[in-house]
Design a protein around this ligand. Structure first.
Ligand SMILES: [Zn+2]
Length: 378
């Protein structure tokens, strides 16, 4: 049992006070100016938060700030040491959207010193796709037809997948093989029937439309090629599609691949994210952290870079924190975390300065707890 005294809660949805469970809050409830708790509290926890009560000895000048553990909604796994870096940066959950073999995922998931790992394992793609080659996925990840979707999903479920990742290419824009709409639908419907969320890789505007046609839950990356059509934004809002744009990765990819065209391409990506935010679409924080030589992105610090990008694109600081905590958890159906409320997992980040007025404070946490166990202390 740990008790933290004289704490200000930074939990944008709850406006600092313990909120009822199964909250019906929406982004519009949120007011960044009110998001750091006015009341000083003592927080008691073991693996879950057991009590939040008024501070026994309130001392505003000495108060410290407690934030829900950060969630990176798009990573790839590799070296254990990289995930230690993630914990040091305040990440308590990472969502793996493509790692092979499954045995590596299971080994890292069993390692208590690391963030919690939610994993898709290998991603579904068209047989012969560049993703299979680039990410080192096995041949089984190639889905040949709608009928073959069942085999792929059974294979993923048998290997412990928590969600399903799909590579959606634009057949008109690339020479690489692309999954057909019928096959995409069979994968998404089958995943939903098994109670699993679907997340799709999409880097062109046409691929975004195909993701909507297939009824994918979360689209990741953002179009590099052109602005999303207003009707696409409307559909996304109507369908409740969530986007994890991975701006840090889009920047790294543009720099690695597009030479003189990199800045212009990134401007297209950035404007698309700005448009999604303006259209009221739920945007969550993800980085595509990975260790490939092609466009490496560092686990941990990159999530803070992503928050900076999201703020530049139009989020308030509180909204950006929410994009890496409560809103990420809600979008990915991780109902036990992302909030500082009694009963939630004790995934917590303690910082010395108010991150609502200085989001950079989150980069160097004073202490980080994963499920109530201190895993980093500065
Ligand atoms: Zn990725």
């Amino acid at each position: 049992m740990t008790v933290l005294h004289n704490i200000r809660l930074v939990d944008p949805v709850g406006n600092g006070s313990p909120a009822p469970k199964g909250n019906g809050s929406t982004a519009s409830d949120f007011d960044s100016s009110a998001s750091t708790g006015a009341e000083l509290v003592d927080v008691e926890f073991s693996s879950t938060i057991t009590s939040i009560r008024p501070a026994t000895n309130p001392d505003p000048a000495a108060a410290r700030f407690l934030v829900p553990g950060l969630i990176d909604t798009h990573v790839h796994l590799g070296e254990r040491s990289r995930l230690i870096d993630a914990v040091r940066s305040g990440l308590t959950t990472v969502v793996d959207l493509g790692t092979h073999p499954d045995s590596l995922v299971h080994e890292l998931q069993a390692d208590d010193a690391l963030p919690a790992i939610i994993s898709a394992g290998s991603a579904a793609s068209a047989p012969g796709s560049t993703q299979i080659e680039m990410m080192g996925f096995p041949a089984e990840s190639g889905v040949t037809s709608p009928d073959d979707a069942k085999r792929f999903l059974d294979w993923r479920v048998d290997n412990g997948a928590d969600l399903i990742k799909i590579i959606i290419e634009d057949p008109a824009a690339t020479e690489v093989p692309a999954l057909s709409i019928e096959t995409l639908r069979a994968i998404v419907d089958g995943a939903h029937a098994r109670g699993l969320l679907t997340v799709a890789h999409v880097v062109t505007a046409a691929a975004f439309d195909r993701g909507l046609d297939a009824d994918v839950d979360v689209l990741t990356h953002a179009p590099l090629d052109r602005a999303l059509e207003p009707r696409t934004l409307d559909r996304m809002r109507e369908c409740g599609t969530v986007v994890s744009p991975t701006l840090v990765m889009m920047r790294a990819m543009a720099d690695a691949r597009l030479g003189d065209h990199a800045d212009a391409a990134f401007a297209v990506v950035f404007d698309n994210v700005r448009a999604m935010l303006a259209a009221g679409i739920t945007v969550i924080a993800g980085t595509d952290a990975n260790e490939t030589p092609f466009a490496p992105v560092h686990h941990g610090p990159s999530l803070h870079d992503e928050l900076d990008y999201l703020i530049t694109a139009g989020m308030t600081t509180g909204e950006a924190i929410r994009a890496a905590t409560s809103s990420a958890a809600e979008a990915l159906n991780l109902r036990d975390r992302g909030r500082i409320v009694e009963g939630a997992r004790a995934d917590l980040v303690l910082v010395d300065r108010d991150p609502i007025t200085d989001v950079g404070a989150l980069r160097t946490p004073a202490e980080v707890w994963v499920a109530g166990v201190s895993r980093h202390r500065s």
